[in-house]
Design a protein around this ligand. Sequence first.
Ligand SMILES: C[S@@+](CC[C@H](N)C(=O)[O-])C[C@H]1O[C@@H](n2cnc3c(N)ncnc32)[C@H](O)[C@@H]1O
Length: 282
Amino acid sequence: MPVHPVSSFSATVATLRRAGCVFAEDEASLLHEAAASPDQLASLVEHRVAGLPLEHVLGWAEFCGRRLAVDAGVFVPRRRTEFLVAQAAALAPRRAVVVDLCCGSGALGVALATEAAATLDRVDLHACDVEPAAVRCARRNVGGLGQVYEGDLFDPLPVGLRGRVDVLLANVPYVPTADVELLPAEARVHEPRVALDGGGDGLDVMRRVAAEAPEWLAPGGSLLVEASERQRDAAVEVLRGAGLVPRVVVSEELYATVVIGTAGRGRVKPCRRYGPADHVKR
Ligand SMILES: C[S@@+](CC[C@H](N)C(=O)[O-])C[C@H]1O[C@@H](n2cnc3c(N)ncnc32)[C@H](O)[C@@H]1O
């Protein structure tokens, strides 16, 4: 842990604690490390006390052991989603075409591409998101590791990827509309609604992704989605209904549920496409 001037460090801890930060000492340490001057420290602490997520105050989040840029207004990648990445890494062939759909900051694709670099020959990474702020942030994180596109789900992807995607990462929004108001303010206020709201039962975006996934997956390729424990059986049926072979993997440690749908090795039959209007039923 870095050494801080005792009085100012303990004052920061006390301020954060009063504001309700559970890990006040850890946060104070990160804020002191990030601040280049006392004025900047005061500003960072002020933003944190005002309720901004720590990651937005710092400008980065730790994900799979790396610091990735997370700009204001961009979904903060959650630690539980590292479990989805670990499952994807285990499934990826040595030369993998990877799509990170609904990529947000691009954390999943970057983590998979860099982690897998040690064991795979090559990852051809394509990421996309509908939110311009997320796309800008993902472009910074992805850098030379791949391409980042802006648009609705699969729309911006190069058509040449159809039938060639080995790993389709899709951590889509999956909070049921009625539950968005129950989220902590850090998410509800500071993350865009489009990153959280998954429609009535939370699975509307997942349905749209699953319906198109078979057209994009390579034979034997897999779609990986995260869901809540409560949504698990419905998510399995969504993937099965799209013609994929579903299975569920759970991490009790990370409190993560991932549903994996694998395409058959034969010819793929295109499924029904759902439009954005099917999702936005509020
Ligand atoms: C739960 S966040 C996940 C972000 C990132 N995958 C992660 O785990 O950190 C969902 C993301 O989906 C994006 N999104 C929502 N609807 C979309 C759509 N129709 N097309 C593309 N992206 C969409 C949001 O902008 C948001 O970045």
